[in-house]
Design a protein around this ligand. Structure first.
Ligand code: ZN
Length: 250
């Protein structure tokens, strides 16, 4: 069973009627419900308005994969929580960053770049081309691309380090393109950025988007644990017998 924590900013849902009409129980609940249709996944939600944003030491210790949607109040996320999430990713927890999470503190921290991009809200068509049909994240999509009829445009240049793997490239009706699905590894943790999901469109109700997030969770699940820290290994604990010939200040 893969334990997924779905983090939602839960801000637009409380301030914008269009958003609460599309997502009456919040975007995070819609995403978690879609994940829980898979018997291998157990998804629960936390929201930014909770104490420690719901991301306590205990909750993160019990999380295999964290999904992150934020937009308007990234700057209100506590730095201590960002430190904690970063540590868990380096240990091996998977992280799926959704849509406007491109500017989340945790994403910029882990990637180390601006993550800036161009944008436009015109409700235009987005066509997401699959770059590698053999990748686990796109299994079950039986076409070379899929489309969303109304989305926000994100355009290049996207201020990210070169991805380890490019999963999707989007084309928008206005002509721009964007690296809308990409993966990286940091420490032992796998990171997947997946672009669609503007709050005023019903993107997280889309069956293909839901499938991609489920596939992403399965791809990002931990594989072993990366030890953090720099332990000293004394000569008599080395795997082979050695004669100490030099001094050390330690
Ligand atoms: Zn947006």
């Amino acid at each position: 069973m893969i334990r997924v924590t779905v983090f939602g900013e839960n801000h637009h849902e409380k301030t914008h009627k269009v958003v609460s009409d599309i997502y009456p129980k919040g975007m995070h609940t819609c995403i978690a419900d879609a994940l829980n249709t898979d018997k291998e996944i157990k998804a629960t939600t936390v929201t930014q308005d909770q104490h420690e944003h719901g991301l306590t030491e205990k909750k993160l210790a019990e999380t295999d994969v964290l999904t992150w949607w934020g937009h308007a109040i990234h700057d209100k996320v506590e730095n201590a929580v960002v430190d904690r999430v970063q540590k868990r990713v380096l240990e091996g927890m998977g992280l799926i960053v959704l849509h406007s999470g491109h500017h989340a503190k945790i994403f910029r921290r882990l990637l180390g770049t601006s993550c800036d991009l161009n944008w436009r809200e015109a409700g235009e068509k987005e066509r997401l081309w699959i770059c590698n049909p053999g990748h686990p994240i796109v299994q079950g999509i039986d076409k070379p691309y899929f489309e969303l009829q109304n989305e926000e445009m994100y355009g290049e240049p996207f201020g990210i380090p070169t991805p380890d793997e490019q999963i999707f490239i989007s084309w928008f009706q206005g002509g721009e393109v964007f690296r809308s699905g990409a993966t990286w590894k940091r420490g032992n943790g796998k990171i997947f950025y997946f672009r669609p999901g503007h709050e005023t469109y019903p993107t997280y109700h889309d069956k293909t988007v839901q499938l991609v997030i489920r596939n992403g969770v399965k791809w990002a699940k931990p594989e072993g644990k990366y030890p953090l820290g720099c332990p000293h290994v004394p000569a008599d604990k080395a795997p082979e017998k050695i004669v100490v010939t030099g001094g050390s200040v330690h």
